[in-house]
Design a protein around this ligand. Structure first.
Ligand SMILES: Cc1ncc(COP(=O)(O)O)c(C=O)c1O
Length: 291
C-alpha cells in the first residue's frame, strides 16, 4: 500500500472546522442546532454586496483573473487598508487571496527555507494554523506566550529573548484569536522598539479582526516608523462584511507582494472572480451592516 507522507500525517488542523462539519451534518439530518463552533458573523452578507456578485455573474465576469487580483479590488483594498492604518498603501503592493488564511502559508514559504532551522515566532494561545503551517513548511515553531495578567498581550521582553539569528518571521495577531486581546499603541511601540533592533526579521500582522474592536481601538504595527516595509499586513472580507464563505483576503507588502503572486499562481491561480467583485462593493459601498 502506498504511504501518506509524514508531513501530511503530522499536519495540524483547526478544530472549529472539524466541529463545523459535524454541525452541518446534523443540520442536514434535520436537527435544530445553535452553532458556536466557528468565528463568523451572525448576519448575512449585505444585500448590495450580494447584488454585486449576481451582476458579475450575469455580466460574464467569472473567468480567471490575474493571480494578484482584479485592479479594482487591489485599488479598493489598498485604499481601505491604508485608511484604517493611517498609511499610504500602493495597489501594486496588495495581493488578493482566497481568504486571508493562505497568506499565512505564503508568508512562511516566502521568508523561511525548508529544514534548515529557520524559526518563526507566533502567539500562543493563537490561531492553530500558524503552528501547523510553520511545521508543515519545514520551519521551527517558537511560541510566544500571551499573559492573562497583561490582558492577553505578550511581554515584549519575552519576544526579544526568543529572537535568535535563525528568526525569520514574527507573527502578530491583533485583535487576537482566541483571546480577544488587543495590542495597544503602547504595546506596539514596545514591540517595534524590539524589532527595530532586529531589522532582518519579517513581521506578519494578522489584522483580520481590525473592525471587530469592542473596547479600545485598533492600531497596526505597520503604522509605526520603520515597520511598513518589513510588515506583511493581512486583512480581508470574511469577518467585516460577513463573507467567510466567499473567500477573499488581502495582504500587502512592497517586497513580498510579487512573491505572493507567484504562490497564488502555483496554488489557487486566483481568488474567486465573482467574490472579488462582491468585495469591491463591500469596501466601496455603504458600511451600515459592517458597522
Ligand atoms: C486569526 C485569524 N487569521 C486568519 C483567519 C482566516 O480568515 P479568512 O476567512 O480570511 O481566511 C482567521 C479565521 O478564523 C483567523 O481567526
Amino acid at each position: 500500500m502506498p504511504r501518506i507522507s509524514r508531513r501530511t500525517e503530522n499536519l495540524g488542523t483547526e478544530n472549529a472546522f472539524v466541529v463545523l462539519a459535524e454541525v452541518n451534518e446534523l443540520v442536514r439530518r434535520g436537527k435544530d442546532i445553535i452553532s458556536f463552533c466557528i468565528g463568523q458573523p451572525d448576519f448575512h452578507t449585505p444585500a448590495n454586496v450580494q447584488d454585486a456578485a449576481v451582476r458579475a455573474v450575469r455580466e460574464g465576469r467569472h473567468g480567471y483573473t490575474p493571480s494578484a487580483g482584479i485592479v479594482e479590488l487591489r485599488e479598493a483594498a489598498a485604499r481601505y487598508m491604508g485608511a484604517m492604518r493611517g498609511l499610504s498603501i500602493r495597489p501594486e503592493d496588495v495581493v488578493i487571496g482566497g481568504g486571508a488564511k493562505p497568506f499565512i502559508a505564503y508568508s512562511i514559504l516566502s521568508t523561511t527555507d525548508y529544514g534548515v532551522g529557520d524559526e518563526v515566532i507566533y502567539p500562543n494561545p493563537g490561531f492553530p494554523i500558524y503552528e501547523s503551517q510553520i511545521v508543515a513548511n519545514g520551519a521551527v515553531p517558537v511560541p510566544l506566550h500571551l499573559r492573562e495578567a497583561r490582558n492577553f498581550a505578550f511581554d515584549p521582553a519575552e519576544l526579544e529573548a526568543k529572537i535568535t539569528k535563525k528568526t525569520k518571521l514574527v507573527i502578530l495577531n491583533s485583535p487576537q484569536n482566541p483571546t480577544g486581546g488587543i495590542l495597544t499603541k503602547k504595546d506596539l511601540e514596545a514591540i517595534a522598539a524590539v524589532l527595530g533592533r532586529h531589522p532582518e526579521v519579517w513581521i506578519y500582522a494578522d489584522e483580520i479582526y481590525s473592525r471587530l474592536c469592542y473596547e479600545g481601538s485598533f492600531a497596526s504595527i505597520a503604522s509605526l516608523p520603520g515597520m511598513l516595509e518589513r510588515t506583511i499586513i493581512s486583512d480581508g472580507a470574511s469577518k467585516t462584511w460577513a463573507m467567510t464563505g466567499w473567500r477573499i483576503g488581502f495582504a500587502s507588502n512592497p517586497v513580498l507582494a510579487p512573491q505572493f503572486v507567484r504562490w497564488v499562481t502555483n496554488t489557487d491561480s486566483c481568488a474567486s472572480h465573482v467574490s472579488q467583485w462582491a468585495a469591491v462593493e463591500a469596501i466601496n459601498g455603504p458600511q451600515d451592516d459592517a458597522q
